[in-house]
Design a protein around this ligand. Structure first.
Ligand SMILES: NC(=O)c1ccc[n+]([C@@H]2O[C@H](COP(=O)([O-])OP(=O)(O)OC[C@H]3O[C@@H](n4cnc5c(N)ncnc54)[C@H](O)[C@@H]3O)[C@@H](O)[C@H]2O)c1
Length: 503
């Protein structure tokens, strides 16, 4: 097997569509010879020309020199037939997502290449082991899963199938680096790392909207402004397309034997059935114009002209909440009064359970989420039957101090706690079943999904014990297995260990 550093290293790419073109481009940019094949007549040559145009554009943008681009272009070759890929040291398959087609292509590849050539698939949803079943030399078959658009997405997952040799994994990791990517090693399971790890963000957002906790615009705004996610789950869903993310949700859910933790909601199916795919159809969770800009996005802000509250009482002693009151200009009254707001800042509990536990009057109880940096947006939550005018007076005082306010219905863990606990819990489950190393789980989701923090880092920030408490409250209040804490989280929280502590 040739070293992945070898000057004359050769990569063959089968399937010159969106992904194949990107893989060929980054291979050439890594200084490797690339042979591109597509069964569509003229497909490989057209792809080669497209890639050359992209390499030239990088010169225009000042990202590389004209000499570099010329050298890269010379490395690209369009194959006239599959026989031309014989010199390849590694083949990356990127044909249609169909097991029968892939079986056929892998058989054809094996008939042409040397016995020491590595054969990898870029599939996003087909188990690598089931593709390898059709091969004679299964130990050299692995997954090399890139993300779209390849030149911009640094992550590549190296997927280890049941018979993949360690040296193949090490080789593909080095090759991925030479392509300028950041490789993470992942076991061969449905959705691999990123498509599984990303489920919680979509499905819990949908679940909260389905329950009527908050609107999609409110959920997006809280997660953007409070938790530094670049996009909320609903705008993200509209960007990737419901025609893509709804089927992926079902595939991953079934692949994990219908684990309720990653179950999507009827609202997702309703969008899919209605053809409301998002930006590409002009309608999804939101409406879009021809250029993909949102039309009249609903406001997530709570507007009120109520008289700002001056004095509040606390449902129970809470230093953090007292400090918050001080910062927004609310004075703590020593006694209670009939129309005075009562504040609480629960972790994992909803307003209803705080009222029952503390004996506070639920009609005047207003919960504030202090789990995140609230300087841009404060989330307020009330129980059913609460007096909206009491909440509005609190909201008016907070808005006068600067932050925007979003008012939501009763929910264990508000929006931000619930979402981060679910994303973190799924990351912990991935660590628990050994799908990837804890550090790679964080790296993969940051690079693959643009998360501000990886799932285990999110748990670290909230604190393992707090995350466990949120999950346990969610599980107890809803009575649902969906919210059962991962044992990885539970053990580290109980033992007071850092969340990245290996098993
Ligand atoms: N598009 C994405 O976002 C994305 C991301 C990661 C992985 N993937 C995976 O990458 C693979 C390709 O996806 P894509 O989006 O590039 O598809 P695509 O439809 O853009 O391209 C597929 C190409 O394969 C060619 N092809 C089909 N059968 C062939 C065969 N027997 N021999 C040679 N060429 C053949 C087609 O002519 C086409 O050019 C799929 O397995 C997909 O799951 C896609």
């Amino acid at each position: 097997m040739k070293s992945p550093d070898a000057e004359d290293y050769c990569v063959a790419v089968i399937g010159a569509g969106a992904m194949g073109q990107g893989i060929a481009q980054v291979s050439a940019m890594g200084g490797m010879r690339v042979i591109l094949f597509d069964k569509r007549e003229g497909g490989a040559e057209a792809a080669r020309e497209t890639i050359c145009g992209r390499l030239d554009r990088l010169v225009e943008k000042g990202r590389q020199t004209a000499e570099e681009a010329e050298a890269q272009k010379r490395l690209l070759q369009a194959a006239a037939s599959l026989d031309d890929i014989a010199p390849a040291d590694t083949v990356v398959e990127a044909v249609f997502e169909d097991l029968d087609v892939k079986h056929q292509v892998f058989k054809e590849i094996e008939a042409v290449v040397r016995p020491d050539c590595i054969v990898a698939s870029n599939t996003s949803s087909i188990p690598i082991s089931s593709i390898a079943r059709a091969c004679e030399h299964r130990t050299r078959v692995a997954g090399l899963h890139f993300f779209n658009p390849v030149p911009l997405m640094r992550l590549v997952e190296v997927i280890v199938a049941s018979e993949t040799e360690d040296r193949v994994v090490a080789h593909l990791t080095a090759l991925g680096k030479r392509m300028g990517r950041t490789p993470v090693t992942v076991k061969d399971a449905t959705g691999f790392l990123v498509n599984l790890g990303g489920r919680a963000y979509t499905t819990e957002g949908l679940r909260m909207a389905h329950e009527g906790v908050a609107t999609p615009a409110q959920i997006d705004a809280i997660l953007r402004d409070g938790c530094a996610f670049r996009m909320g789950p609903f705008e993200l869903m509209d960007l990737t397309g419901v025609d893509v993310n709804f089927p992926v949700s079902l595939i991953v859910y079934d692949g994990y034997m219908q684990d309720p933790r990653i179950k999507t909601s009827p609202y997702h199916k309703a969008l899919f059935d209605a053809g409301r795919y998002g930006r590409k159809t002009g309608r999804g969770n939101f409406d879009y114009d021809d250029k993909g800009n949102m039309i009249d996005p609903p406001s997530p802000d709570h507007e009120t002209d109520a008289e700002p509250a001056d004095q509040v009482t606390l449902a129970e002693p809470d230093e953090r909440l007292a400090a918050f009151c001080h910062e927004v200009g609310l004075t703590l009254a020593a006694d209670d009064a009939p129309d005075r707001p009562i504040l609480t800042a629960p972790f994992g509990e909803d307003c209803t359970h705080v009222a029952v536990r503390t004996g506070a009057d639920f009609r005047r109880l207003v919960a504030v989420d202090l789990s995140y940096d609230w300087s841009k947006r404060v989330t307020l939550m009330t129980a059913p039957g609460a007096d909206p005018s009491v909440r509005d007076r609190v909201a008016a005082r907070i808005a006068a101090a600067g932050p925007k306010v979003t008012a939501i219905a009763d929910s264990p863990g508000f929006v931000a706690q619930r979402m981060r606990a679910m994303v973190g819990n799924l990351g912990c489950y991935i660590a628990e079943v050994g799908l990837a190393e804890p550090a790679d789980i964080d790296l993969g989701l940051k690079l693959g999904l643009n998360y501000p923090l990886g799932p285990l880092e999110i748990v670290d920030t909230l604190g393992p014990r707090t995350t466990l408490a949120i999950m346990e409250h969610l599980q107890a209040i809803t009575g649902e297995d969906r919210y059962r804490p991962s044992l990885w989280l539970k053990r580290r929280a109980l033992l007071d260990l850092p969340i990245h502590t290996p098993a």
